[in-house]
Design a protein around this ligand. Structure first.
Ligand SMILES: Nc1nc2c(ncn2[C@@H]2O[C@H](COP(=O)(O)OP(=O)(O)O)[C@@H](O)[C@H]2O)c(=O)[nH]1
Ligand SMILES: [Mg+2]
Length: 302
């Protein structure tokens, strides 16, 4: 699956990638240097290789791509980015996007489009101006993509958890039934009195009810290592596609890991025996995640 991030220089493409996928904090993006020509990164998600193409947006490069439209081809999801802090750039961004749509029209491609109205925050920026710019951007850009499967998002790297969810939902959008499972899991988690993290085997957090366990989509390193180690045992020693692991200490702290179909992991942390109701709900959740894993596998083999 190819995701292309496109936008003028400085609109925030590399920052978006870094914060959502590469464990960077928003502050750390301040020193990023402009992308030259374009950069490609691969990110595994639910067993798929997701390619992320970050196209440098400076004028000279934009010209080059327009002359070499092949590099945009095969995009499944196009993410045009508008910098809400820089309304003077809107007109130029619009021209750029129109040029891109022209390329897709000529090659008969119809990527799904998610427009990011980006830098939706008041970091060194006035609230009133932000609202004005959102309105202006909506007026200018929303009509542009009406022939496409289209949605827009207000995004900011300073809202890292929300941003991770935006990308998660975009990545899931290509699998019809998966999203409803994730939404169901989200409500189930609220009712279980234990800490639960649902992640894929590469450590992309899909749903959780614990603060501070992820940075963007990426699960904390120690927990990721734990999942990796258990996954190796599953594969090399158990030689089965699913397995459960359990650890506890004298104080009654417990960690439970369930791996389903070498793709989904559910990590449960508790400090005492769960009440009956929570345990029932956890069992329902685990069953549902098993199903979820089956669905992913069948989506891949389709
Ligand atoms: N306030 C704010 N600044 C951002 C946001 N995203 C990126 N930036 C800043 O915008 C500048 C340019 O970002 P960069 O990712 O290099 O843009 P690119 O040229 O499109 O790759 C950096 O100083 C970032 O810190 C955001 O959501 N909010
Ligand atoms: Mg860049």
């Amino acid at each position: 699956m190819k995701i292309s991030l496109v936008g003028l220089s400085g609109s925030g493409k590399t920052s978006l990638y870094s914060v959502a996928f590469a464990e960077k904090s928003a502050e750390e993006t301040k020193g990023l240097s402009p992308t030259i020509l374009y950069e490609t990164r691969r990110h595994p998600f639910l067993g798929l290789q997701v390619g992320i193409f970050d196209f440098g947006g400076q004028e000279q490069y934009r010209k080059e791509y327009m002359e070499k439209p092949e590099i945009f081809r095969g995009t499944d999801i196009l993410i045009p980015i508008v910098d809400l802090h820089d309304p003077n750039s809107f007109e130029q961004a619009k021209e750029y996007f129109i040029g891109l749509l022209d390329i897709y029209r000529k090659s008969n491609e119809k990527p799904t489009i998610f427009l990011f109205l980006h830098k939706y925050d008041t970091q060194d920026f006035q609230k009133e101006l932000l609202d004005t710019n959102v309105k202006k951007a909506k007026d200018m850009f929303l009509d542009l993509f009406k022939d496409y499967e289209f949605d827009y998002k207000l995004t900011s790297i300073y809202l890292q958890d929300e941003l991770a969810k935006v990308f998660r939902d975009i990545l899931l959008s290509s699998y019809a039934d998966l999203k409803s499972h994730v939404e169901k899991a989200e409500t189930q988690l609220d009712e279980i009195k234990a800490k639960v993290i649902i992640a894929d085997i590469s450590g992309n957090v899909i749903v959780h009810n614990v603060q501070g366990v992820s940075s963007g989509l990426t699960l904390r390193g120690d927990l990721r290592d734990f999942i990796n180690a258990c996954n190796a045992v599953r594969e090399n020693i158990f030689m089965s596609d699913s397995a459960d692991f359990n650890g506890r200490n004298e104080d009654g702290k417990e960690v439970e890991l369930h791996i389903f179909k070498y793709i989904i992991s559910v990590l449960v942390m508790k400090s005492k025996e769960l009440d009956r109701d929570s345990q029932d709900k956890l069992n329902t959740l685990l069953n549902d995640m098993k199903l979820f894993a089956d669905l992913i596998i069948s989506a891949h083999t389709e």
